[in-house]
Design a protein. Sequence first.
Length: 223
Amino acid sequence: MGVWSDLSIADLARLCGRHQSREVSRVYAIGHCYELFRRAVVERDDAAWQAVISIYRRLVLYWLGPHADEDTLQEVFLRFWQLHRHRSPPFTTRFPNIGAVMGYLKQCAIAVRIEAGRAQERERRLWERVRRAAVLEAVVIIEAYETPQDDRPNIREAILSRVQSERERVVFEGTYHHGLAPREIQARWPDLFPTKQDVYRVKEKLLKRLRRDKELRKLWRNS
């Protein structure tokens, strides 16, 4: 375990932190950082793990680039922490030096960055599909809530009669009656919509079905 095995977590963290700020030589401090990681992963020492996160968070955020935030940061360290589930090969065999440790930590960061980028691209495509439905949305808003309801068909009721789930009803009412944004709908009904993307998906599905509804389109034209 080396000459640093007798040092406390606090001492290891202090010396490793000094290394990261370049106040001491790389050669001297390299063992302190390695021992800190070893205790965090092998001995499952919570204090050592918290010290690792504190010391290396800025570096990991740098690796994450445009996708750097607290969620992706935690995901990187979680992936690294999951090493303790795999006991073969042992930590010291798999990572003979601090360079190998840092190389794997960087791999975790790159993997999270790539996944975050893919998720962002999926959201962008979803936004584009929603944007293309904007014309239909305008028709729904005008006809459902601004058309006088004297002797004209009740467009709102006609639409509500076509919703197929509580989620669709909430999205329609929340959007067009209460003027709520997707994030606000998600915040009010988290059990129905775990994320705001779920609101977009339900909304898009409903609008597509309304667009294909021949009777509803006829009702709009005659109103």
